[in-house]
Design a protein around this ligand. Structure first.
Ligand code: GLY
Length: 401
């Protein structure tokens, strides 16, 4: 069943124990609390500079990952006093997300799920906040407005319909749980949230995975025929290479695609993208920023990809038969152990994040990205590290996604 995973490369690496996961998560919670006042009414920027985050307004695609850390810390806090503090911080941030969506501040893109799931959906699930619920539903409406019927996908960025932006990206699979949640919460009679999500999923599943099981980062569609036009990268090394985080979004994204559609063929897709990712890991289990590179290439790592992949495997393992489930859970725990031992922030005074050695966007001769956040903490890396540890401690956790 897993014959194509190079299990020998993973065999000798230990899995994180419950006690180690608890200790690592406690350290993360101390970090969140230590810096919380700096970000009470603002948010950490997407990536750190020399290990520390600058406070910025609620803009861009990443701020939800900060509020998500507050909620994970709230769920796992050691004392009532910390829990109460975290609850207040979380509530203040919900106010900001509510204002952002009502005033439509920087929401003309597809990242409504990344923004509103770990912030407002989590707040609603944990505290019953009606304000959070309404804000998240508005965000779901905003996401649905990005749907392109010709090609059946959610347009990622830019002016709707513009030919140079007629594309979706692999990351969007993680934006879709917001639509399924909205479908349930609104008791939508026409199920337009769910149908939109499903159409996008089916289009994405059809095109993002290449023959060798690596993935496209972005897919351009033909605006006239609605057919696949071409694949391209933004943050990967080059068009045909496997950007590590794209592959990791593919792992968690295919797990979510299965969770919400129940289509058996998506289990196969999950296994393929996961195997490719695992087979391209360096010996210490932290991927280079593009899977083209490995041990000895001297390229920067992207620890955030390792923790996204671990969360995806832990999610998928909920739906698999026992032996397979144990395999993926075991591998995810190895990745988390590697991160806790060698990539996490151990001294909270020395860095503002939870996980070191992430890469946001690295320039190559072949990509068009603006370089930033190379070998830094990245906000989603911090979040998914905490989510992964939390999943190890609470296997039946009520997921935000
Ligand atoms: N979703 C954008 C990124 O992973 O950098």
């Amino acid at each position: 069943m897993l014959k194509w995973i190079n299990e020998a490369a993973l065999k000798d690496y230990p899995a994180i124990t419950e006690a180690e996961a608890r200790e690592a998560l406690s350290l993360c919670i101390s970090g969140v609390l230590h810096y919380a006042e700096d970000f009470a009414d603002r948010f950490p920027y997407a990536c750190s500079k020399n290990g520390f985050y600058e406070p910025v307004p609620n803009r861009g695609w990443t701020t939800g990952f900060y509020t998500g850390q507050i909620w994970l810390a709230y769920e796992n806090a050691d004392t009532e006093e910390d829990r109460e503090k975290l609850l207040q911080y979380g509530r203040r941030q919900v106010e900001s997300f509510d204002e952002r969506i009502r005033k439509k501040i920087d929401v003309d893109h597809h990242d409504m799920g990344f923004l509103y799931t770990p912030s407002c959906v989590a707040a609603y699930k944990l505290t019953g906040s009606e304000k959070a619920k309404k804000a998240a539903i508005l965000a779901a409406d905003q996401l649905v407005s990005r749907f392109q019927p010709v090609g059946e996908f959610l347009q990622a960025w830019g002016e709707m319909g513009a030919k140079d932006n007629y594309r979706f990206i692999i990351d969007c699979l993680l934006n879709l749980p917001l639509l399924y949640w909205a479908d349930t919460e609104t008791h939508s009679s026409d199920h337009h949230y769910r149908e939109t999500a499903e159409k996008h999923i089916h289009t994405a599943m059809r095109y993002v995975i290449r023959e060798d099981d690596s993935t496209w980062h972005t897919i351009f569609m033909d605006p006239v025929t609605g057919k696949f036009d071409h694949g391209a990268t933004c943050q990967g090394y080059q068009d045909g290479s496997a950007w590590a985080r794209g592959q990791a979004w593919g792992i968690y994204g295919t797990a979510m695609a299965y969770r919400y559609t129940g289509r058996d063929d998506y289990i196969g897709y999950f296994k393929r993208v996961t195997a490719y990712f695992l087979n391209h890991l360096p010996k210490d289990l932290c991927p280079c920023w593009d899977l083209t590179f490995g041990d000895g290439d001297g390229e920067s790592r992207d620890s955030s990809s390792a923790v996204i992949a671990a969360c995806g495997m832990l999610e998928m393992s909920r739906f698999l038969p026992e032996t397979e489930s144990l395999t993926y859970t075991g591998i995810a725990k190895k990745l988390l152990k590697a991160m806790a031992d060698h990539y996490s922030v151990r001294d909270i005074g020395k860095a503002g994040g939870r996980l070191l050695h992430g890469t946001y966007s690295k320039k190559s001769p072949y990509n068009t990205c603006t370089p930033e956040g190379v070998d830094e903490c990245v906000l989603w890396g911090d979040y998914y590290y905490m989510e992964g540890l939390n999943r190890v401690l609470h296997p039946s956790w009520n997921v935000y996604w």
